[in-house]
Design a protein. Structure first.
Length: 363
């Protein structure tokens, strides 16, 4: 089947109307730029011959009904189809409270954007020969939110895939499916960004030849692969470098290809130098995170030593978020230096692997 189409991804919008913004000193995200950044992205995308837009979760800052309502109305004005899934910020609790909608309410806000009923996951045709599966990775254990696909959803997924005939399947899920950081599934800071049962999902997708999954949550630009599955994660519109992606799928004689290009919001009203301001904002607020990174496993440095090293890597997370980062800290002990080298975009042989922002995948 000849498939040629173009689509876009914008993730972790964290939409927050002014009256819903929490203004506290350590706030990591520039949520006040969320709405103008989205408007900038949509202005660009409407100039393209776009077939559809994917939004892989964290549409709102804290699941506020007024933010969901605002986004639903804004998306309904677009000239191309949009498909969404919930992130952990969209349905932070099972039951509604004074701040957030209930988990079960999410599909009601997004009937035009993938959801046909009250189920929190869905499948729908995107184009002739192309199918989307939108999954819900927000589970709850004793009211505590976890990243996991429940048994019922996995059974539903396998049943859907078993019925797919001659269609390209794209999967969208908020939590990461493939590791984007060294030992991410077991790292005390990074594991919460992965599906707890990612291996089960990878096995099912592999069984039915699914090769493309689109995620968010981690707020970095990264492309990772495992067992023939590509996990393309996209950074957040409210965090440096405020990126989004435009992707083109093309059928070929020997291989189909997915060409990926990344763009970023350079400025919005009140933030004319958004990139510089945002990078500095992130680096200035990274100290608590860096101290945890250095003192927790696998590094386990004494706090006093971590306090010396942390200022030297103040831009580490900004560089990770940017994608295609290369790290070398020769002043650090060998074990610490090796850890950060593992975070680099390098092949096993040490060759730079600059594919996080611009790449052509052979499928």
């Amino acid at each position: 089947m000849n498939l040629d189409f173009r689509f876009a991804i914008a993730s972790d919008l964290h939409i927050a109307l002014p009256q819903t913004i929490w203004d506290h000193k350590g706030r990591f995200h520039l949520v006040e730029v969320g709405i103008p950044a989205l408007e900038s992205v949509l202005e660009h995308l409407q100039q393209l011959d776009l077939d559809f837009l994917l939004l892989p979760g964290d549409l709102t800052q804290h699941g506020e009904p007024e933010n969901h309502a605002w986004l639903q109305q804004r998306l309904s004005q677009l000239p191309f189809p949009v498909y969404v899934i919930p992130g952990n910020h969209d349905i932070p609790t099972l039951a509604a409270n004074q701040q957030s909608i209930a988990a079960a309410d999410f599909p009601h806000y997004y009937r035009q954007f993938g959801y046909l009923d009250d189920q929190l996951y869905y499948t729908c045709p995107l184009l002739p020969g192309v199918r989307l599966i939108g999954l819900n990775s927000n589970g709850f254990d004793d009211q505590q939110q976890v990243g996991r696909l429940d048994v019922q959803q996995l059974q539903w997924l396998e049943a859907v895939l078993a019925e797919v005939k001659d269609e390209l399947v794209l999967v969208m899920v908020h939590h990461n499916v493939v590791e984007h950081l060294p030992n991410q599934a077991h790292h005390p800071l990074a594991s919460r960004y992965m599906l707890q049962n990612a291996s089960e999902l990878v096995k099912i997708l592999g069984k039915y030849g699914v090769k493309l999954v689109f995620t968010g949550h981690l707020h970095i630009q990264d492309i990772a692969s495992c067992q023939g599955l590509y996990d393309i994660t996209t950074g957040s519109l409210v965090s440096y470098p405020h990126p989004y992606r435009v992707l083109e799928y093309r059928s070929g004689v020997e291989h189909d290809t997915l060409q990926i290009s990344s763009h970023r919001v350079e400025s919005v009203p009140n933030f004319p130098q958004l990139q510089n301001f945002s990078r500095q904002w992130m680096s200035e607020r990274s100290q608590p995170f860096l101290l945890k990174l250095l003192t927790l496993p696998p590094l386990n440095l004494p706090l006093a030593q971590a306090e010396v090293f942390a200022p030297q890597i103040r831009d580490f997370w900004a560089d990770m978020a940017d994608g295609d980062a290369l790290f070398d800290f020769p002043q650090f002990p060998p074990s610490v230096r090796h850890f950060f080298e593992q975070c680099s975009a390098r092949e096993a042989c040490g060759t730079p692997r600059l594919i996080d922002n611009r790449a052509t995948l052979l499928l």
